[in-house]
Design a binder for this molecule. Structure first.
Ligand SMILES: *Cc1c(COP(=O)(O)O)cnc(C)c1O
Length: 363
């Protein structure tokens, strides 16, 4: 919180205050160099050391097995939508896609452009407006698929898998909005990827974590900026990375590490989400339609019984320093994104505001 404001933005999202303070301190002169991380060469020893410690911290926090590769790629999570099938398909093989919301639908569409004829829809929740995960029995799974892609946490509706699906083919997940919010066993996955701007830094890169057997199957004839093997070989330094974003990402990872790691984050996140859902469920003024086991602990979406009050809710919340609560334009209503950097106090302040607003405006 800075200037009394809690930022509930879904992304780019709030950064830990301590990280922003550190950035302010380091801004004119990083690491005693006399210039900032925006002005440092990516070949310089201090920066290479930063990239090494960033990878080491991520490996430690997520318990990434040694034989998995970690790469940083520009283009956000959206480039991963096409880069993944480009690298793994194209030889007559195919992949299955679970569509449970806006982001997995984008991933499916982009993959279909990158690998025409190679992408199959295993199931979609579209008929239910993406408010639930389709029944496991209805999934059409190809036992020969190169991978099954799904989105662990759908940021817009606030729909989250209670646990990764158990399937016989390698699992690939977009974890953009839940990375470091809760522990996932990396060895259960063929690949994981996430953009940085939801839960661990400013926009500018995506992190991809790739199993050795997936890396071995990657095409070797792609342009280097689209090739996972090239990023692995160059340790993500084949061209100039966004140095400032990498630096803030490194600070965020240290911040999580100092606070007890991902399990400690999960405990706080579940507490924050539970308090919000309990209040929403207990009221007929607010509502959340998602079945309890599939509710997100990162993005809590809710509607007002009377949508005519939406603008008033947002304006009054804003006046009290509760910023960016408007839901995504495709679903309306409200959404509180409560990633790692949102302290419990921010959620308590929101709850207090919601209770007061209900008292004042209930018919
Ligand atoms: C935000 C988001 C994306 C898109 O990320 P960009 O970096 O803007 O491409 C993809 N998937 C999920 C789950 C997201 O939350």
């Amino acid at each position: 919180m800075t200037d009394g404001v809690y930022n509930f933005s879904p992304g780019p999202a709030a950064l830990p205050v301590e990280v922003v303070e550190q950035v302010r301190k380091d801004l004119p002169s990083w690491s005693g160099l006399g210039y900032s991380t925006m002005e440092v060469s990516h070949r310089q020893v201090d920066f290479v050391r930063l990239m090494d410690s960033l990878e080491e911290d991520l490996r430690f926090l997520m318990r990434i097995p040694d034989d998995y590769s970690v790469v940083l790629v520009q283009g956000g999570a959206s480039l991963q939508f096409s880069m993944l099938p480009m690298n793994l398909l194209g030889d007559g093989t195919s992949a299955d896609y679970l569509v449970t919301g806006t982001w997995s639908e984008k991933a499916y569409k982009e993959a279909s452009l990158a690998a025409p004829n190679g992408i199959a829809l295993a199931a979609t929740g579209k008929d239910d407006n993406f408010l639930s995960i389709p029944d496991r029995e209805s999934w059409r799974l190809n036992p020969q698929a190169k991978y099954l892609h799904y989105t662990h946490n759908e940021t817009i509706a606030g729909l989250m898998f209670a646990s990764p699906p158990k399937v016989k083919v390698p699992l690939v997940s977009d974890i953009s909005s839940c990375i470091l919010s809760l522990p996932l066993r990396v060895s259960d996955f063929g690949m994981l990827y996430a953009c940085t701007q939801k839960n661990m830094g400013p926009a500018g890169i995506a992190v991809a974590i790739i199993a050795p057997e997936m890396l071995r199957q990657c095409r070797q004839d792609l342009p280097s900026m689209l090739s996972y093997p090239s990023y692995v070989q160059s340790r993500s330094l084949q061209n100039t990375p966004p140095t400032f974003t990498c630096y803030v990402l490194a600070l965020c990872l240290q911040w999580v590490r100092v606070r007890g790691g991902v399990s400690a984050m999960e405990e706080i996140n579940r507490d924050k989400a539970q308090r919000l859902y309990e209040m929403i469920d207990a009221s007929d003024f607010y509502a959340n339609p998602i079945p309890k086991p599939s509710r997100s602990i990162c993005n809590v979406a809710f509607t007002l019984a009377n949508p005519a009050l939406d603008d008033k809710f947002l304006a009054e919340a804003g006046e009290q320093g509760l910023a960016n609560l408007r839901g995504h334009r495709t679903v309306g209503g409200m959404r509180a994104s409560i990633y790692n950097a949102m302290p419990l106090e921010g959620v308590l302040k929101l709850l207090q505001f919601m209770e007061g607003f209900e008292r004042r405006w209930r018919q």
